[in-house]
Structure formats: C-alpha cells, structure tokens
Design a protein around this ligand. Sequence first.
Ligand code: FES
Length: 201
Amino acid sequence: MSLKKVHNEQPKEFKFSAENLKKAEDILKKYPEKNKKSAVMPFLYLAQKQNDNWIPLAAMKYIANFLSMPYIAVYEVATFYSMYNLAPVGKHFIQVCTTTPCLIRGADKIVKLCKEKISSKENVISELGNCSWMEVECLGACVSAPMIQINDDYYEDLDEKSVKEIFDSIIKDKPLKPGSYRGRSNTSPEKNKASNGEKHA
Ligand code: FES
C-alpha cells in the first residue's frame, strides 16, 4: 500500500460506537473531572480497536474534544508510543522484537522471513492485503526469545520452522495458537522440569 493511498484513507469523521462510548464513560469515572485528560491513552486504544487497529487523525481530534484538551497534545501522545498505529496495518499485524535478547536468539531470521513471506518492506501491507509487520523494541518476553506479537497475542520460543508455519497460517486467515513453540508452560523450564531435574508435580 503506497503512502499516498494511506494518506487518502484518512476518514473525515470519527466518533465512538455506542459500545465504546459506554466504555469511555466508564474510563472517565476513574479520573477526577479536572484530570480527565489522563484518559487520553485508554481512549486512543479504544479508537484504535474500533478502527481496524489504527488511529486516524479524525479520532485524535474527536478525543481532544471529548477530553477538552488541545489536539496537538493528543497527537503528541499518539506519536510518542509505538503501540499506537497511525496508518492502516494488516488484519494480522506482526510486531517483531529485535532488541538484544531476541536478536542474539535469531530475530534477524524472523525479519528476513517477514520480508520474504509478508511484505518486502516494513509497514507496507502484504499483496494479499491481510498482513503487515514492523520491528519493535523489547516486548517484555525476553525469557522466551525470540518472540513476535501478532495483534494481541505473543508467539514465543520461535525458530525458522515455527515462524514459517505461523506466517502461513495467518496468510490463510487461520492463525495458529499463540504461546511457546518449545512446549513450555508460560516461562517454566522445558518439559516442565524443576531445577533438580525432576518434573514439577
Ligand atoms: S528482547 Fe525481545 S522480548 Fe525482550
């Protein structure tokens, strides 16, 4: 998808759905009226979820009005954090951690596979139109390096074979299960072994 196309895809208007309006009102109850602008981050998340995982400029203006804060202040928050997408992403949006622990465990090979199987360029939607990818900093699952995030799910303990299978599954719109691909339960030792070599009960 070209930048020009992305630019043209900015909707002129945005407002919360009835369901998200209710959620927004519930979020506001957590803050004193004078500090309601503190709700800007959860509001941006709501807007992103509602709009196919990206936040259009119209949504930032809507949120600014809603929270009685300057539009530029909403824009500053949205552009500071990498978890807010400001242009369309694939239905299956892959974030590849390339910080040191993942990198030394093979994240560069995952990036190579992204280029081969998803899209030759970062942040450009795949030819089939359902996937995109980007490199990100540590996602906090270093103990299961290398790992990727697809939409809200973590896929961990990866290697080239498992990444190929995962990518094939999302290309077909039938995502494989998230979690460890070395059979670990959460971050427990492999085969559920305790430090003395015996199995946990
Ligand atoms: S370095 Fe990859 S999750 Fe922390």
